[in-house]
Write a protein that binds this ligand. Structure first.
Ligand code: ADP
Ligand code: ZN
Length: 595
């Protein structure tokens, strides 16, 4: 690193402290900021919550001229705008939803804007190029840059028009940002936007503050209510159908007394918008939603994401769980799965076009692998994204409480032959009764008590039948029939012939509930902390912004612990920049003084 880089990063740290109140950069932020300050173009691939926006907002404040931010969603732009302005950054949006067009244009021409947010549709118009030429530009930031690539999953043709626009300003550095880009998409984005090969800054996919857990679903209302008790903040529960969303929202609200609201495409638009707005503003609301919910929502303090039923793919799982804990505080991602989820998904494979069926099948197999692994969940996830993670993470269910792995080959052969001998048309309940020799009327009626498999499973093995049945269904070795029975599928025949072994994971008995709380959790019940939250709520209501825009929980926690007695001391708390110190500092110091 040359001397000037070191100095500019030193200045950047000072500006980071002054504007955002943060003591240091996170992850690879410093690399991105350093390159931008040096006038170089980059593609930053960083997971959600890594702090991508800061990597262009900070240079925007430090450099002379305006940073033009291209962003695909108006809701996202307005979110960013609110947070930027709260930190005293001179920012504006130029969208169809804005009434202050003229002011914004005047401010831009006068060089009074640090940040100007626009949608790609506007940015690609020739008149916009002339408009940009009217003042000095510091940087082009292209958010959600994967939209430029047809390889990505959200291709937006207007992103293709950004290149000619930026080429018209060859001296202005470009910074493309995305959270999702595989190798192919990355290369394409860089080529499309004219970013040099050495401009890739790739942060890992790991979200260390998210605790992954995957459990069998036996009673979703009770299980999620327990999760809510462990994680008292805002949460998202994903369910698969509108009906399940409605039902679960109702029951969870009744069971917990907390605010729980539904969100799905079948709700009237105004109700949907109101529920979403209430969730964004709240400090403890739970929203039960279909996967349609979450795009474009930037709420940093979501404390848990729960899946009732398996998600569509590992990519989907990563994206949905990624909405938890963007503020870096501890958060949970808990999936509650049932054998039926896989059964249904595998049944649907038959309806999929043949050319897509294999891809869909491997998607399901990858999910089954994640659900069934006795090893670190995080390692499975990260390997899926091409990383080479450590064997254990210490922050997933399997690392914290290792499950047993049992060889169940013998038992699997017994179960599969019971399936075969009963005609491949009965469900797990009946099969269990046959295998354990129950004197059931239905069994006697059908003569299943005379089969060679009748009563051949005893003792401890009987308790393994359920988890074994689930595992075989997840793997596709047992497949559902139209009438709710089970038939042989996948590798069932190889298992029966003794050509393949079957190991299954036996979940540990959870006698004591592991609390989610740890050193970093909010000191709920501490009178000072609660008073600071109350003050934050008041200020948020006055400013008509969500509470997290005023200060994050971590900032309030540090205030409650350090008890700053003056504005000077308060200014040293993480997250208290100059603008917020000026706007809210006195109120917080006074409040702390009263306790
Ligand atoms: P992304 O866009 O990558 O998902 P954001 O830009 O929304 O992430 O940032 C996530 C959160 O992390 C924000 O609340 C932000 O204030 C916080 N953050 C960003 N950079 C830092 C930092 N260097 N130190 C502490 N907090 C940070
Ligand atoms: Zn782990």
């Amino acid at each position: 690193m040359v001397a000037s880089d070191t100095t500019s990063l030193k200045h950047a740290r000072e500006a980071l402290r002054a504007t955002f109140g943060f003591d240091d950069f996170r992850g690879r932020q410093a690399d991105v900021v350093g390159r931008t300050l040096a006038g170089l173009s980059s593609l930053a691939v960083m997971p959600t919550g890594a702090g991508k926006s800061l990597t262009y907002q900070l240079p925007a404040v430090m450099l002379e001229g305006t940073c033009v931010v291209i962003s695909p969603l108006i809701a996202l732009m307005h979110d960013q705008l609110r947070s930027a302005r709260a930190n005293g950054i001179r920012a504006a949006t130029l969208t169809s939803a804005d009434a202050d067009w003229r002011e914004t244009q005047d401010a831009f021409r006068a060089g009074e804007l640090d940040l100007l947010y626009v949608a790609p549709e506007r940015a690609s118009q020739p008149a916009f190029r002339d408009f940009l030429a009217s003042t000095k530009l510091a940087l082009f930031a292209v958010d959600e840059a994967h939209c430029v690539s047809e390889w990505g999953h959200d291709f937006r043709p207007d992103y293709r028009m950004l290149r000619p626009l930026m080429d018209a300003f060859p001296a202005v550095p470009r910074l493309a940002l995305t959270a999702t880009a595989d190798r192919q998409t990355r290369a394409d984005v860089m080529a499309q936007l004219g970013i040099p090969d050495d401009g890739l800054v790739l942060a890992g996919f790991d979200r260390p503050n998210i605790r992954y857990a995957i459990r069998h679903r036996d009673n979703p209302v009770r299980q999620i209510a327990a999760l809510m008790a462990d994680r008292p903040g805002p949460g998202i529960v994903y369910a698969q159908t509108r009906r399940k969303v409605e039902d679960l929202a109702q029951k969870l609200g009744d069971a917990t007394g907390r605010a729980v609201k539904p969100y799905h495409a079948g709700l009237a638009p105004e109700i949907r918008a109101a529920n979403q707005a209430a969730f964004v503003a709240s400090e403890d609301m739970v929203i039960v939603a279909t996967v349609a919910f979450g795009m474009g929502i930037d709420k940093p303090d979501v404390r848990f994401v729960a899946h009732v039923g398996v998600p569509k793919s590992i990519e989907g799982y990563y994206q949905e769980t990624g909405r938890a804990g963007r503020d870096g505080d501890p958060a949970a991602a808990t999936m509650f799965w049932g054998a039926g989820d896989f059964a249904t998904a595998r049944m649907r494979l038959a309806e999929v076009d043949e050319d897509r069926r294999n891809a869909e099948r491997s998607r399901l197999d990858a999910l089954a692998g994640l659900v069934e692994t006795p090893h670190c969940r995080r390692a499975v996830l990260l390997r899926h994204f091409g990383e080479n993670p450590p064997e254990t993470c210490g922050n997933c269910d399997n690392c914290l409480d290792a499950p047993d792995v049992t060889d169940a080959t013998e038992l699997a052969r017994k179960l599969l032959s019971a399936v075969y001998r009963t005609g491949q048309s009965f469900g797990m309940g009946h099969l269990q009764k046959v295998l354990t020799g129950a004197q059931d009327e239905r069994i006697l009626q059908r003569g299943h008590d005379r089969l060679s498999v009748f009563g051949i499973v005893e003792g401890d093995d009987a308790r393994l039948l359920q988890p074994l049945g689930r595992a075989l269904q997840a793997r596709g070795d047992l497949v559902p029939t139209e009438h709710g029975g089970l038939a042989l599928g996948g590798s069932a025949r190889e298992i029966l012939k003794g050509e393949r072994d079957v190991a299954i994971v036996v979940p540990p008995k959870r006698t004591r509930r592991t609390r989610g709380g740890n050193a970093e959790a909010n000191p709920v019940g501490d009178p000072l902390f609660e008073a600071l939250r109350e003050l934050r709520r008041e200020l948020a209501a006055e400013a008509q912004v969500p509470p997290y825009v005023i200060f994050h929980d971590s900032t309030l926690r540090e205030m409650a612990a350090v008890r700053p007695a003056s504005l000077g001391e308060l200014g040293r708390i993480g997250g208290v920049g100059a603008k917020k110190l000026e706007a809210y500092g006195k109120r917080f110091v006074d409040e702390i003084g009263r306790h």
